[in-house]
Design a protein around this ligand. Structure first.
Ligand SMILES: [Ca+2]
Length: 345
């Protein structure tokens, strides 16, 4: 708008100037011609000069107005250039911010992906055993079902959780207390597990192997026929896989069960009545009538024959723990349980 006003004024000024230069100049420079055509009267001459003066004043006014407008226009143009510059700067900043945002977004996505992968791999959130159930506020001892683990490719598993003993979080892997289930079983049955989860059972070597993939504590609880109890704990416990005959690894014994009676079985393979992997000329599994990490043959036989009160001191194939009651005393109750080393009650 300002521009068009300025243009209009400029045009007007130019027209006026032209008019002036034609009339005024002609009259002044060539007065004879004019006078010849029309002899001037005193009155007319005075009138003409008045007109020229008025026109000159107008032109001067218009010129100064034009100059002022031109200055204003320059200012506006400069301001517009400034604004345009600022605008470009803003746009550049926005672009920069956008690219930074997208970069951060990418990083966040990568971190989320890594986090998701590590969750799958460490299973810190997965229900992996009784300890993970405990940390999810399942704090009552009893039967639980661990869901299938897609990452490890294993099916769901029924377990018994001891949520009371020494802070809880224990997955029971073996129990002897009723005495009606035979533990004189073959390799395949020991691999899969057998028995009743609320009564006497073996959780299965494959399952124990899987559960001890993380650093694991083993706790063995014993009870004799007088109602006395003892326990043995190993801060380190794991099995090798089936190809390596579920070899036993234990360390760091503590407890009150006398001399450590599992140490003799450390670093030995698992044997059953149909698989003699022991370190003996004899067939220990057949002699002791169980599946165990037989050496030559025993310092303990927790999967031996269940003998009732009265019969419990007559045989060497009973449920024994030499460090407490020697080689011929079959115990009334045994429980073997595990939990991760890093478990926090
Ligand atoms: Ca042998």
């Amino acid at each position: 708008m300002l521009k068009s006003a300025v243009l209009r004024l400029a045009t007007l000024a130019v027209v006026l100037l032209l008019l002036l230069s034609r009339t005024g100049a002609q009259r002044l420079r060539d007065p004879s011609k004019r006078m010849a055509a029309a002899p001037p009267k005193a009155h007319a001459k005075g009138q003409c000069c008045e007109d020229v003066r008025a026109l000159k004043v107008q032109v001067a006014n218009l010129t100064s107005l034009l100059e002022e407008l031109t200055r204003k226009q320059d200012t506006v143009v400069r301001q517009m250039i400034d604004l345009d510059h600022q605008n470009r700067q803003q746009e550049a900043r926005v672009t920069e911010a956008e690219s930074k945002y997208s970069e951060i977004n990418n990083r966040v996505e990568i971190m989320q992906l890594q986090a998701a992968q590590s969750v799958t791999q460490t299973s810190s959130d997965a229900i992996y055993d009784c300890a993970s159930l405990y940390s999810r506020n399942y704090k009552i001892s009893g039967e639980y079902k661990l869901p299938a683990d897609e990452f490890l490719g294993t099916p769901d598993l029924e377990v018994f959780c001891d949520m009371d003993t020494n802070g809880g979080g224990w997955t029971v892997i073996q129990r002897r207390k009723v005495g009606l289930t035979s533990f004189d079983r073959d390799w395949k049955q020991y691999r899969k597990g057998f028995g009743a989860i609320r009564g006497d059972f073996w959780l299965g070597n494959d399952n124990i192997f899987r559960l001890t993939r993380q650093p694991t504590v083993l706790r063995i609880e014993l009870e004799d026929w007088e109602g006395e109890t003892r326990y043995a704990e190993y801060q380190y416990f794991t099995l090798s896989n089936e190809l390596n005959s579920y070899k036993l690894f234990i360390a760091n014994y503590s407890g009150n069960a006398g001399q450590d009676s599992l140490r003799y079985h450390n670093n030995t393979n698992f044997s059953t009545k149909n698989k003699d992997n022991d370190k003996c000329v004899d067939d220990c599994a057949q002699l002791r009538k169980g599946g165990y990490w037989y050496n030559c043959c025993t310092d303990s036989n927790l999967n031996g024959v269940y003998y009732r009160y009265g019969e419990h001191t007559r045989n060497s194939d009973g449920i024994t723990w030499y460090g407490w009651h020697g080689p011929n005393y079959s115990l009334k109750r045994v429980e073997m349980k595990i939990r991760p080393q890093n478990f926090q009650p």
